[in-house]
Design a protein around this ligand. Structure first.
Ligand code: SAH
Length: 463
């Protein structure tokens, strides 16, 4: 089973940085289903191709689940050569950083659309060529597909479900990998060994930004979960319908760590203090920390008995792990332990776990979301979760001029997608309040400068 990815964007060998795999060094990884080899059949300035070869061990696969019978099909099957969910597993494990859009050396390239070509010599397309096209063409791919006969020596046997497929687009590598991750198992439609609850999160994460508006969304979700209707229903209910505006992905933020920039005034403490004060005065008992990160706010909230039920939610599992150890959840008395929950999820999708809370804090999170996707965030928080009070903080970009170690025109953190002036933030928040039936007031956080205001701006919405 083979997947090659080619780019012609010069210098093409930058593909190695994007994939975190050195073109000069072939590598082999162990996987539960066999071995995965990564190598570059070509690597020049003009054209570079990374190949991922899965060496699936079909016998080993059968041996693992004990006592599962011994039919011939378990030994003679297409798994070694047909692109299947194993390929998705390999993409997420071995190209994980690229799939997550991370690159230390080439941060700006990650967000650039570059000419990419993916080739799958043996992709089972159950549903035929028309279904293959219905999946990839709406995502902007040029699709080239050649069907293979079941057996060239016996043309009467007819065509097989296997195609050689080439997909071409000018896109971000991260998007290409996300599309392949979700859509290869959808096309294969064979039994996965991995359909489980946390697959919902994976589908939602890798489908972010394109699945909601995909015309074949329902069929994709149903096949992805293979007749596990309850999971498919749950995933579908989370896909909030939103017009997905065309994203201009060209955004660049120079790498300045926010913490270093803001250190001088211990802004973080001031910010968290203001948020806790707003939650207290709202008389909230059940509170959410959306985009809780490593749990700094949660640590303050658990200390105050007014907050009887506290939930932190974040997209990043690594941050949640850190939050869990910071909060010493394993050492808390059972009564205290019951008060606090950590949830893995995305603010881009409707989530019933977020309903029936008195208040939600969204601290330094919105500027991490793509601006055109704020509409989805707004519906998730203000329309579906609908807490009585919502506290949102974000940098005030006017204040950036006062940070000596921040070059003009740059953001405070390299992940920021935007930073707003006071009037931009107030304009946005005013619109949200009006659309969703909230009132809103604004509170400056940190030392106020006469001309440019305070470093952080906070909006307190109430219903
Ligand atoms: N509130 C924390 C963390 C701020 S950093 C603090 O003040 O310290 C922004 C956080 O938003 C990160 O932890 C990031 O993982 C999270 N995040 C980004 N996009 C998200 C999304 N779509 N859904 C949920 N969390 C998200």
């Amino acid at each position: 089973m083979l997947l090659t990815i080619t780019t012609t964007r010069k210098p093409a060998t930058d593909l190695g940085y994007l994939l975190h795999k050195n073109p000069a060094r072939p590598q082999t990884f162990d996987a539960s289903f066999g071995k995965v080899h990564v190598f570059y059949p070509e690597a020049t300035e003009e054209r570079c191709t990374a190949a991922m070869l899965l060496d699936v061990d079909p016998v080993g696969l059968v041996r693992r689940p004990k006592g599962s019978g011994g039919t011939l099909a378990q030994y003679v099957n297409d798994r070694p050569y047909a692109a299947s969910s194993f390929l998705s597993v390999a993409i997420s494990r071995i190209y994980g950083s690229a799939l997550g859009g991370r690159s230390k050396e080439k941060a700006d390239l990650v967000d650039s659309r570059i000419p990419l070509e993916a080739h799958l010599p043996s992709l089972p397309c159950r549903g035929g060529e028309s279904f293959l096209r219905a999946l990839f063409e709406p995502l902007g791919y040029e699709v080239e597909a050649t069907n293979h006969l079941l057996d060239a020596r016996f043309p009467d046997w007819g065509e097989s479900p296997y195609f050689s497929v080439t997909l071409r687009a000018e896109t971000r590598l991260q998007d290409l990998l996300g599309h392949l991750y979700v859509l290869i198992p959808v096309l294969d439609n064979a039994k996965h060994y991995w359909v489980s609850q946390d697959e919902i999160e994976k589908l939602l994460r890798h489908g972010e930004g394109w699945l909601t508006s995909h015309p074949a969304k329902d069929e994709i979700v149903r096949r992805y979960f293979k007749r596990r209707w309850s999971l498919a229903r749950e995933a579908l209910s989370k896909l909030v319908e939103e017009e997905e505006p065309n994203l201009d992905e060209e955004e660049e933020a120079r790498a300045f760590e926010e913490a270093v920039v803001e250190e001088r005034i211990s802004l973080n403490e001031a910010r968290l203090g203001s948020v806790v004060a707003a939650l207290r005065s709202a008389r909230a008992h059940r509170v959410l920390d959306l985009g809780c990160g490593e749990g700094k706010l949660l640590q303050l909230l658990v200390k105050d008995p007014q907050f009887e039920e506290i939930a932190g939610m974040d997209l990043s599992l690594r941050s949640l792990d850190t939050a869990e150890s910071r909060l010493h959840l394993d050492r808390l008395a059972p009564k205290q332990r019951e008060r606090i929950k950590l949830l893995h999820g995305s603010l881009m999708y409707r989530d019933r776990r977020l309903e029936r809370f008195d208040a939600a804090a969204v601290v330094e999170v919105i500027e991490h979301l793509d601006e055109p996707r704020l509409a989805a965030f707004e519906r998730v928080v203000f329309d579906f979760a609908k807490p009585g009070t919502v506290v949102v903080t974000t940098p005030n970009s006017e204040y950036n001029a006062r940070f000596e170690n921040l070059a003009a025109g740059t953001f405070r953190h390299r992940d920021h997608r935007f930073e707003w002036t006071r009037s931009e933030f107030q304009g946005w928040a005013g619109g949200v309040a009006e659309r969703f039936g909230y009132s809103v007031r604004f509170v400056p956080v940190g030392p106020e400068d006469q001309e440019v205001g305070s470093p952080t701006q906070m909006a307190v919405f109430s219903r």
